[in-house]
Ligand binder design. Structure first.
Ligand code: ADP
Length: 384
């Protein structure tokens, strides 16, 4: 039996943002050494990891060098040089989730084809090479309005997505290889994070509901969801089916739409810890970060029972401030029962930059929502 939980074991984490930082903290509970690769030597995880390598995760030689320093690799972003990971894998390096899965998920077009081939419900789609092809298809009626355009690669937090309702919106199309998707009439956006270890044991975290702000970033995350049992069950089944279809070891965050007819559709997936699972640190018996470690070290998965209802809010940089960060309202918020504040340690704030998050625990979702609204009003990320 391999002994991975030891301070001799070096876990390499590609990128050191907030997700990497929270993963490092979970690993340190188990006396595992963590090594981070990031372009920014002041990234959030840099303050708590065992070793740090400055470099770009899209650069082949950098990823190869990083890989040679560690015993196992995982990642907190999808945008990683695949060829380098494939070479490391061929040489016997353990990489979880697997490189082939990452290659599919990096490309939203391949993601959609995977759903289609594996009978996963997801809105109907077409693939296009560029903007000109989309305009032509729209003008000839081959793709009916309204529709959603998504760049196949590199999008995040709604960047890389254009909603085209009518002819006049065609000017908003983005250029690049894209998929066009049917516009869903969304009732609720939900997320299920599912984990699977190397033995194939699989567990879902409770369904979370997501509310977005005008910048298309999650503003409030509510868990547990108040949707019908039937919908929640269906969402769990889809997440379990997806992770098994990929034969994935690690975490898979599955973002889904519940439409006006209460049908569930997969929007997109991420093979890593996810913003919609931050609350698990306090509200679930096992956090998503510990669960990822259990999965990749092939331990039994931890309980995903909720300890308390929770609402999570992202702490975003205020729209009009850019520069060295200053937090306002910390003392007031700390005095509210059940408020747990996480500051990521980013030195510079920018409009809508994710600077931290707050999880509010309460005996009911209604109470947690009320407290979260107070925190939202009082806690502000500004600059000097
Ligand atoms: P990102 O990867 O940038 O987060 P998403 O694919 O999640 O992009 O899309 C961002 C948002 O755009 C979604 O959260 C949803 O609100 C909206 N959206 C995306 N696809 C559709 C769709 N087919 N129908 C309706 N709204 C959509």
């Amino acid at each position: 039996m391999e002994q991975l939980v030891t301070s001799d074991f070096k876990l390499g984490i590609i990128a050191g943002g907030q997700l990497g930082k929270m993963l490092v903290l979970a690993a340190s509970n188990w006396d595992v050494k963590t090594f981070i690769l990031d372009t920014d030597d002041h990234c959030p995880a840099s303050t708590c990891c065992t070793g740090f390598m400055k470099g770009n995760q899209l650069d082949y030689d950098t990823v190869i060098r990083f890989g040679s320093m560690v015993d196992m690799i995982t990642f907190e972003i999808e945008n990683v040089n695949i060829e380098a990971l494939q070479k490391l894998k061929a040489e016997g390096k353990k990489i979880f989730p697997d490189t082939d899965t990452l290659a599919i998920i990096q490309d939203k077009g391949l993601q959609k084809e995977f759903y289609k081939n594996n009978n996963i419900p997801s809105p109907q789609f077409f693939l296009f090479k560029n903007k000109a092809e989309i305009i032509e298809a729209a003008e000839t009626g081959a793709i009916p309005f309204p529709f959603v355009q998504k760049l196949r690669k590199g999008g995040y937090d709604g960047k890389g997505v254009a909603i085209i309702r009518r002819q006049n919106d065609l000017k908003n199309l983005l250029d690049g290889a894209s998929l066009i998707e049917k516009l869903v009439e969304i009732h609720t956006e939900i997320s299920v994070i599912v984990a699977r270890n190397r033995n194939g044991e699989t567990k879902c975290f409770p369904v979370a509901e997501m509310e977005f702000n005008e910048a298309n970033m999650v503003e409030k995350l509510i868990c547990p969801s108040s949707l019908d049992e039937k919908i929640l069950h269906q969402a769990n089944e889809i997440a379990m089916q997806l992770i098994a279809s990929f034969n994935l070891c690690g975490l898979l965050a599955v973002e889904m739409f519940v439409d006006k007819n209460k049908e569930v559709w997969v929007n997109e997936i991420a093979p890593r810890p996810h913003n919609s699972g931050h609350h698990t640190i306090e509200s679930v018996i096992t956090s998503q970060y510990e669960q990822l470690l259990r999965a990749i070290f092939n331990f039994p998965l931890g309980s995903t029972l909720m300890k308390m209802p929770s609402v999570m809010i992202n702490l975003l940089g205020e729209p009009d401030y850019e520069g060295p960060v200053k937090y306002e309202g910390l003392t007031d918020c700390m005095s509210i029962e059940g408020v747990k504040i996480h500051l990521y340690g980013k030195k510079i704030t920018k409009p809508y930059r994710k600077m931290g998050h707050v999880t509010v625990l309460a005996t009911s979702i209604e109470e947690a929502k009320k407290k979260a609204d107070i925190v939202k009003q009082k806690l502000k990320v500004k600059s000097w």
